[in-house]
Design a protein around this ligand. Structure first.
Ligand code: HMG
Length: 445
């Protein structure tokens, strides 16, 4: 069977940034360390007034098509994952296709288009759909363009405000891919949860503390389910573990739990036992409370061990570097984590071909999904072509007053007229509303 996976990636950050330590923290009366160390985000990317989920997605998709020298005939499917949609009927993918048709010869009339919803998880589900479509042989030799795009804004004053972000990741899913091949094996952890939701409202209702517990519980379930089909996981099997990253502090918690799980009954547990004892087993405790207390004590010690720290620095830290510069991109977040790891490997000149990633996606509401990916020979060239650092460097630094205006501009309930902060160039921009309240876009040279 031919491998199917990610053949190309493009990244589009919102063109503004909010400095959490120096601009946000002083107004909130918080210690900057809460954001830079605790939450782990230095800057949030935010959209300029002419940017939205369509422009960011279309700009990423255009660059991807240009780089791969693709025409609309090469694409049989365009799926968008977003939880920031502004229409309950017309999918964002039709807007993006319309944008791309402004600049490409030909059209996407014979491409299947859709929009996927399951909080942040849908960014992985669109890849699944493309994978299944190709594997089923329904693609007629064509590739799928999948785009995860979000303006992850919270209500002003919500604790989630510190984790905001905006950006898009476009990916080409194809046979014999250049970057990673996807495993057939997958694990799911899914339950009806009320941790983060948007019941017909723009900004989420969030139970932040509970959402952390739900994330961990569903991830653990998904890992167990994955292992039931793929066999036990071991830290040495995977070079990186890109997880959904609502903020790097969340991944720190997940990584510690994950490490405890994947080292249980391995030689690593035995080596660690010299310093911190064996992992507590539930069967050895009469009361569940005592078991949980013992687990907490074990984890407190585990995170200080040399073995854990070395594993974390090598396998997790590279996955959260970009998230620390941009915040949560919801559906794009796990794809930012993968890209972050691949960029870090390229910067360190590590040859990843043939190595494996264990990818953990998550969406509130709630569901986690875990699968493996095998890095392909073409990864380095494909990843080097993405201008991540340039985009992040060029962002306009907002003052707090400017941030307040930008938040209002993107608030669907408000009408706020603000001049753009950056000058658009060679990109799609939002130009206003049409007669049926549709949004309109133009490509500016
Ligand atoms: P909070 O309550 O304001 O923050 O909001 P906190 O007081 O818990 O502090 C955060 C961390 O910073 C803590 O670390 C503090 O100790 C530490 P922890 O104890 O958790 O390890 N801290 C400091 N560290 C160093 N120096 C200091 C300092 N001060 C404090 N001076 C919360 C945090 C996450 C609740 C909030 O940001 C929130 O509600 N975020 C939105 C929800 C969210 O991101 N949940 C994550 C899981 S759900 C998910 O991932 C799905 C999602 O992406 C949506 C989707 O699927 O669509 C959100």
């Amino acid at each position: 069977m031919t491998d199917v996976g990610i053949d190309a990636i493009e990244f589009q950050s919102g063109k503004l940034r909010l400095d959490l330590a120096n601009t946000f923290a002083p107004v909130k009366g918080e210690d900057p360390g809460k954001y830079t160390k605790g939450i782990g985000i230095a800057y949030s990317s935010l959209p300029d007034v002419y940017e939205d989920i369509v422009t960011m997605g279309a700009n990423a998709a255009k660059r991807l098509m240009d780089r791969k020298d693709l025409t609309p005939d090469d694409i049989g499917r365009i799926d968008v994952a977003t939880e920031s949609a502004f229409d309950n009927s017309k999918p964002v993918s039709t807007y993006i296709a319309g944008c791309l048709e402004q600049v490409h010869d030909g059209d996407f009339h014979h491409a299947n288009k859709g929009e996927r919803k399951f909080a942040c998880l849908s960014g992985t589900q669109v890849i699944d759909d493309a994978y299944n479509w190709i594997r089923a042989g329904r693609n007629r030799g064509r590739a799928a363009l999948v785009i995860a795009t979000d303006t992850a804004l919270y209500e002003r004053g919500d604790p989630g405000e510190a984790t905001q972000g905006a950006g898009a990741v476009a990916m080409l899913i194809d046979e014999d891919p250049d970057i990673v091949a996807l495993s057939t094996e997958q694990g799911y952890g899914s339950a009806d949860e009320t941790d983060f939701l948007k019941p017909n409202q723009q900004f989420p209702s969030v139970d932040g503390k509970r959402s952390i517990q739900v994330y961990l519980a569903r991830m653990r379930e998904a890992l167990e389910d994955y292992e039931s089909v793929a066999g036990d996981t071991h830290p040495d099997d995977f070079v990186y573990f890109p997880f959904h990253t609502p903020y790097p502090g969340m991944v720190r918690k997940a990584a510690l739990l994950g490490y405890r799980h994947i080292t249980r009954d391995t030689e690593i547990e035995d080596i660690l036992a010299d310093d911190i004892g064996m992992q507590p087993r539930e069967a050895d405790f009469e009361e569940r409370e005592d078991f949980e207390e013992a687990i907490r004590a074990y984890m407190d010690e585990l995170k200080e061990t040399r073995l854990y720290r070395e594993w974390y620095e090598a396998a997790i830290e590279p996955t959260i570097q970009i998230a620390g510069q941009v915040g949560n991109w919801y559906t794009g977040s796990v794809h930012v984590a993968r890209l972050s790891a691949l960029r870090a490997a390229a910067a360190a000149d590590v040859d990843l071909a043939g190595e494996k990633l264990l990818v953990g996606s998550y969406g509130s509401g709630a569901q986690a999904e875990i699968h493996a990916e095998t890095v392909r020979d073409g990864w380095r060239e494909a990843v080097d072509a993405i201008d991540v650092e340039e985009q992040l460097e060029e962002r306009y630094d907002l003052s707090f007053e400017e941030y307040e205006l930008v938040h209002d501009v993107h608030n669907h309930e408000k009408e706020t007229d603000v001049e753009e902060f950056t000058q658009p160039s060679a990109e799609f921009v939002f130009t206003g509303w049409g007669r049926m309240n549709e949004r309109r876009y133009e490509y500016v040279e």
